[in-house]
Design a protein around this ligand. Sequence first.
Ligand SMILES: [Zn+2]
Ligand SMILES: [Zn+2]
Length: 786
Amino acid sequence: MMAVVRTAVRVEGIVQGVGFRPFVYSLATGLGLGGLVGNDVDGVFAEVEGPEAAVREFLRALERDAPALARIERIIATDLPPAGLAAGLAAFRIVASDPAGARRALVAADTATCADCLRELSDPADRRFGYPFINCTNCGPRFTIVTNVPYDRPLTTMAVFAMCDECAAEYHDPADRRFHAQPVCCPACGPALTLVDAAGKPIPGPPVDATAGLLREGRIVAVKGVGGYHLAADACCERAVAGLRARKHREDKPFAVLAADLAAARRLAEVSDTDAGLLTSPARPIVLLPRRADADIAAATAPANRYLGIMLPYTPLHHLLAAAVARPLVLTSGNVSDEPIAYRDKDALSRLGAIADAFLTHDRAIHIRTDDSVARAFRGRPALLRRSRGYVPEPVVVRAGFPRPVLACGAELKNTFCLAKEHHAFISQHVGDLENVATLRSFTEGIEHFRRLFDIDPRVVAYDLHPEYLSTKYALDLDGVDLVGVQHHHAHIASCLADNDDDGPVIGVAFDGTGYGIDGTIWGGEFLIADRARFRRAGHLAPVPMPGGAAAIRQPWRMAAAYLELSPADRLDVWRRNQDRWAAVAAMARGGVNSPLTSSAGRLFDAVAAVLGVRDTVNYEGQAAIELEQLADPAERGAYDAAMDTPADPNTPFRVRGADLVRAVVADLAEGTPREAVAARFHNGVAALIEAGCLLLRDAHGLDTVALSGGVFQNVLLLERAVSRLEARGFRVLVHSRVPCNDGGISLGQAVVAAATDSEKDPLARDSQIVRTGVPGRRGSRMKPL
Ligand SMILES: [Zn+2]
Ligand SMILES: [Zn+2]
C-alpha cells in the first residue's frame, strides 16, 4: 500500500472571488483526499492528506486545471507529518476566512457575465430567469463592490442584502457553482431595478421593457452599470445621438456603441481575430474597430472617424437591454463634458438630470468609480489605450521589482496612479484629468483605497516634474517619504520598458503633446537614451514658440502661424480663415511674448492639421491629430523630408526641423496635391524622421532596440509606418500593450524609475546630463498610517 502523506499548500495570485476554493474542494474530494481549504490575507491555503500519488496529482492539477479567472503567481507546498485527516473521506472542509495579518491577497477585476449564467438568464424554468443581477464564482462585479479585503460578502456592497434560503444553500454547497460567490443573489433577496424619470418619479411597467420603449422613441436613458452610470441612446437614431451630444456638451468626441453580440459588431465594423478576442474577453473593453462603410449607425456617433468604438454586453442588464431594444445603442459615460463619470445615485440624478429623460437604476451600490476600458489590436496583439474596468486592479507584474513600496502619482491628463511592491504594480483605474475637485477627490481617495486593499505603505513617492500638476503638488505635500521627480518622457519610455519586461538601455522615442522638460521648455518630440534609472536627451524636434501658451493647444491654427512665420502664408486658407488675428499671433511668436518654446510632436501635428483645413480649434485633447490621421490616404507612400542639425559635440542633442514638414505640406497644397495624399506624406515624413534619428543614435551608442511611447503613438497610421521602417532597418521595436502609451501609462513608468534609482545607490549622477531629482525631507502633511 502506498504511503499516506500530508502537504500544506499556499496559492498566491488572483485566487479569491474566482471559484478557487470550490475548485480545490472538488479536486481534493475527487482524488479521495482529506483536508481543508480556506482564504486568508495571502490568498488560498489548503492541506491535503492521502496516498502519495493522489497528493502529487492534486498538486499538478492545482495549476493545470485552475478556474478560468484565476491568476496563479506562486504555489508553495510544504510536507507535514500525516495527521489522520484521510481517515474519514467526508473529511475535506472549507474553513472560514482569516482576515488577520498583512493583506496580500489580490482582488479580482469585474468580469463579464459567463456562459452558464447567460443560459440561466434566458431559461424560463430557472429561478433567475431574466434577473439582471445574476452572477457566480466565475463572473460578476468584483473590484467595484469591494470595500476591503479579504474578499468576502460583508466587505462588499452586497453586505446589505441578506441571502434567502435558496441562495444561502447554493453559497454554502461546495458542489454548487455559486459556492462562496460573494455577490450571489436572486429576485427574492438581491438588488432590484427601478426606472424613474428625470425628477426621480417611478415609471410604471417592467423596467427593462419600458427602457427599451423609451430608447426606441429616441429618448436618452441613464443606465447604472458596474463602475458608474452610462448614457444610452439608439445608435441608429440621428436625432437621439445628436441630442445626447448637445446635452452632454460633447461636440465631436466619438461615442462608444454597445452591440448585442459578435455578429452585430461585425455588421458595424471589420473585426479581426485579435479584435474578436478582445471584444469577447472577460474584461470586455471598448474596442476601436475599422468602421464598415455600410454600417447602419447615426453619423453623430463618431463624426469624422474611420473607427468605431464597440463593446459587447458585460452585465446581465446589458444583455437584457440589448435583446429588448434589438439595435445598437450608444453607451457613453454618464457625465457632463470632462467631469468624472457619475456613480452614486443621488449625484447621478442631479448631474445627469438635464441630460437623461429617465434613469434605469438599482440598489446595489458602486463602491469605486471605474470607467470602461479602451483597447485596439496592433499587429495581432491587444493594446490598451485606457486600462480601467475589467483590468483594474489586476497587477502588472514587473520582473525587475520594487525593493521598497512605491507610490507613483502619475500625470495631469488621463491620470492614473500606481502603488507597487515586490513584483506587483497596481495601476489605478482611469482617474481622468486632474482639473477639478471631483477628479482630485477620486485621486486622493483612490490612493487610500488601494493602500488598504493591497496593504501598501509607500516609502518612495514618484511625481512628474511639472510644478503645476495637482498630482505633483499632492506628492510634494507628503512627508516621511523619499520623493523622486521623474521627467515626463523618461516615465513614458520606462513605462514601455516595464510593459515589455525589458531593462534597457534603449533608444526611446517619446512623442506626445506636452511634458515638462528639464531645461524650462515644454518637451514632446524626444529621442532619449534611457534605461529604467536614467535618461539622456539625445535629440528632439527643433523648439518652436507656442503663441499664447495653452491657447495654442486649443487653437491649432496658432501653431501654423508659429511654424510659418517666415513663409508667404497669405496664399493659405488657414491664413484667410484667421487673418484678423494672424499677424498679432505671428508677432507674439516672433517676439517670444507669452510664447513658451516647445519641441512637442503633438503641436507639429496640430500645425499641419490647421494648414490642411482639418481644424483650426479643438474641442478635446488630440482632436486635430486624430482627424488628420483619419484624412490620410493609407495607400500613399511618399514622405516629406526633415533636415537634422547634428552638433559636433556628441553630448549635444540633435534637432530635427519639423518646420521642413510644414513647408512641404504648404508647397504640395499649392501644387494642387489632394489633401489625403498630403496628410499621408506628412505621417510618412514623421515616421522617416523617427527612423533617421534612431539610425543616428544606433551609430553613436550601439543600441539596436527602440521603445516607442507617448500619446502621439495612439495614431495607428504613424505607429505602423514607424515600426515598419525601424524593423526594416533591423531594429527591435518595443510598443505598448498592457498599459497605455498615453499619459495613462505614466504612473507605471514613474514607479519603475523610482524603484530603479532606489535600488542602485551608486553615484551615477555625476554626468550632468543625467537627471535625478529627489526632494527628500520636505515638510508637508505626513502620509497617514492606515
Ligand atoms: Zn456566471
Ligand atoms: Zn436569493
